[in-house]
Design a binder for this molecule. Sequence first.
Ligand code: ATP
Ligand code: MG
Length: 336
Amino acid sequence: YDLKNEDLRDIHELGQGNGGSVKKVEHVPTGTIMAKKIVLIDAKPSVRKQILRELQIMHDCNSKYIISFYGAFISDPNICICMECMDKGSLDGIYKKIGPIDIDVVGKVALAVLEGLTYLYDVHRIIHRDIKPSNILFNSKGQIKICDFGVSGELINSIADTFVGTSTYMSPERIQGAQYTVKSDVWSLGISLIELALGRFPFADSASDDSDLSDFEGTLSPSRLGPLSTAVHRAPKSREEKDKADKKKKRKSKGVSLQGGGMTMSILELLQHIVNEPAPRLTPEDRFPAEAEDFVDSCLRKDPDMRATPKDLLKHSWVEQAKVSNLDLEAWASTF
Ligand code: ATP
Ligand code: MG
């Protein structure tokens, strides 16, 4: 495809993230439906061109567990990345719609993500760096694929410049400033799988006695708030929610206060929790098969030296079961 913005007809918006938005579009000359991700990048033209060059590696990423890439182009001041459109969206959207995801489906998710990570790392030496439910996509054919992996070092740098902050799928060693390794992705996978199985972000009621974090809808993503990277800011949805939030804020003053109104809360507490407290587990103990609990425990070893790699985990008994299971994901997809 020789992609140009004027050949792309907007159909509707698929979602918004911190770095920009994603739209379902039609490539009019060929009739191909695509997902167009628009990333606002505050960088020099030379840097943009470098990013575009680096993104071309995605043309060589061919795996059924990785979203296909159609191309990328600059549309000032944005970079547009066109990829395969997954009609059932991301897994965070799915569980928010249908509730906790059946553990056997979660097993298939684990298998797909591990296959995707192993492919990226073994074939391209790429570490994903952003495994979370919103970056695991699903379609009505029952396919599960990962997207938004760190192919472009320049893109990672530019986004880091723009959005100071952090994400709570981050492993303890990353919070403490260690190098990213493929095992950091395994941690993020463990957190994501618990989130899918429980239907809520696993730290939500454990970080604070007052369950301050219950207001989170799963993600603590990069905050746009410059050096105040220890706080996260989410605009309350309704008047009611705002009143509730304000009351909470008065009751507890641990959250870093930010300008601009809305709700503020401390991410520092959560980061400290991840580093200092035992890792979350699949609980209540008896609701899930022992193999699933053990798998998640293997992902969430706090010491990365003790943590398995994606390749090791492909041999885990729970994943072996997922490989041979005759669960029909296409049929499951048709239920929502
Ligand atoms: P963050 O910005 O914190 O990484 P995010 O992953 O949700 O969060 P985006 O990557 O911008 O942000 O994606 C926004 C939403 O668009 C996703 O949550 C997902 O539901 C949807 N989306 C992204 N890519 C696709 C795709 N290829 N097909 C279908 N939906 C997609
Ligand atoms: Mg994403």
